[in-house]
Design a protein around this ligand. Structure first.
Ligand code: URA
Ligand code: SF4
Length: 186
């Protein structure tokens, strides 16, 4: 079993899929090593690739607002992505790229062992809940995978593009916290 930092070292050298050829930095993920709440996005964008950190661009600012509105902080949660290297031009990761990378994410989830996982957007939903996952129909509902409670919601970038998604995004985040509090108080 790797430690989180050993896993990070492996990822930094990774050439398992073509995305390594165009990346500037591997975006491993960041936050509390024992976070109870974990957020999973799609993949690094331009800012993230430049800085090697997840959700630091415009979508990240919206996610930060959500995290703060819930009374949480970045330091108390963990944020990662389906792929750890930026797909060129921010395209959706190809199936084989996601399949190559998700093994790292699985290790990460095992090591961090969160109680609740929030999936941000359809790429995270499909790669974790199955290719039949449909964001508009299934966001805001609770999924259980083994011991993990999973709540999918819109990707913050989609919320930025469509104001109508904002209310659902907030209510999904609140649902995730409610579920977490129920578990905590058991
Ligand atoms: N979008 C994502 O899905 N992940 C990031 O880290 C940034 C933007
Ligand atoms: Fe490796 Fe993942 Fe980067 Fe592909 S995206 S090169 S699998 S770390």
């Amino acid at each position: 079993m790797y430690s989180l930092s050993e896993l990070e070292q492996l990822c930094r050298k990774c050439k398992k899929c073509r995305l390594w050829t165009t990346r500037k930095n591997v975006v491993f993920g960041e936050g509390a090593k024992n976070a109870d709440i974990m957020f999973i996005g799609e993949g690094p964008g331009e800012q993230e690739d430049m800085l090697g950190r997840p959700f630091v661009g415009k979508a990240g600012k919206l996610l930060d607002k959500g995290i703060e509105a819930l009374g949480l902080s970045r330091e108390s949660i963990y944020i990662a992505n389906i792929v750890k290297c930026r797909p060129p031009g921010n395209r959706v990761p190809e199936k084989d790229e996601a399949d190559s990378c998700i093994e790292y994410l699985r290790w990460q989830v095992k090591l961090i062992d969160p109680k609740v996982i929030v999936l941000l957007g359809s790429t995270a939903g499909r790669n974790i809940l199955g290719q039949d996952f449909r964001i508009t129909r299934q966001r805001g509902t609770l999924f259980e995978l083994g011991k993990f409670k999973i709540v999918p919601t819109y990707h913050p970038a989609a919320v930025l593009r469509d104001d109508m998604k904002k209310a659902d995004f907030w209510s999904d985040l609140k649902l995730a916290i409610k579920i977490y509090e129920q578990i905590k108080n058991c």
